[in-house]
Ligand binder design. Structure first.
Ligand code: 3PG
Length: 227
């Protein structure tokens, strides 16, 4: 869906509804799917646990098929693509049905392709220089990756002091133990992480366990308002 307009992520016609969903959930489960057949039960398990957002990483041959199946069959969830590192991968993910695009780093072609298609893109930054490049292309929300390795909440505070309007989705090394330290920061929209749906648990098709992990994560943010 495009053309909703307005809002911090409405630049370049981006799908503001998808980013609003991320900001409501405050959590982005980052999932890696080895078998496309697992995509729909996984998405359903997350929804059942209260998580209406998921980022499927383009790290497996099944990823694009998985995105397409979720987009078609689980309309309750906002499905995005992760580990998107170049323009062609962004285009393929969007063609498959991704409503948002996430990258571990910054690539101008990937950002432009996503914006041209009206899809919000969350490029990764680890330095002020990368953040400058993202802002120059009209990016409103960045991933800080790998957040816990490169400075954690203190890095985000330092970057926010220079760019008070930029929104952050820190990811990498975040878990139930430290998520609150990030989510307490005013410009952190959501945190991403694989702890809500670990690859091994997906591989084991243990959907009740995924639902429990999702519900436990949702409980962590239940006192927090939307961003
Ligand atoms: C990502 O791609 O964002 C990371 O793999 C997720 O990081 P985590 O596994 O440390 O949560």
């Amino acid at each position: 869906m495009t053309g909703h307009g307005g809002g911090a992520d409405g630049r370049n016609g981006a799908d503001t509804e998808a980013m609003a969903g991320v900001g409501r959930a405050r959590l982005v489960p980052v999932v890696t799917i080895d078998r496309a057949d697992d995509a729909v039960p996984l998405a359903s398990a997350l929804v059942e646990g209260g998580l209406p957002v998921m980022e499927i990483t383009l790290r497996t041959a099944a990823a694009l098929d998985a995105i397409g199946r979720v987009a078609d069959r689980v309309p309750e969830i906002i499905v995005g693509a992760g580990s998107v590192t170049y323009a062609g991968a962004a285009a393929a993910a969007i063609d498959a049905g991704a409503r948002f695009v996430v990258s571990p780093g910054f690539d101008g072609g990937m950002v432009r392709t996503s914006h041209d298609r009206g899809i919000p893109v969350i490029p990764g930054v680890a330095t002020a220089t990368e953040l400058m490049q993202a802002v120059a292309l009209g990016v409103a929300t960045v991933k800080v990756f790998p957040a816990d390795v490169i400075g954690g909440p203190r890095l985000i505070e330092a970057l926010s002091a220079v760019w008070p309007d930029v929104r952050f989705v820190p990811t990498g090394g975040i878990s139930a133990d430290n998520a609150h330290r990030y989510l307490a920061l005013p410009r952190v929209v959501a945190v991403g992480g694989s702890w809500m749906a670990p690859r091994s648990v997906i591989a084991a098709r243990d959907w009740p366990s995924i639902t429990r992990a999702a519900a436990a994560a949702v409980a962590l943010v239940s006192d927090l308002g939307p961003r």
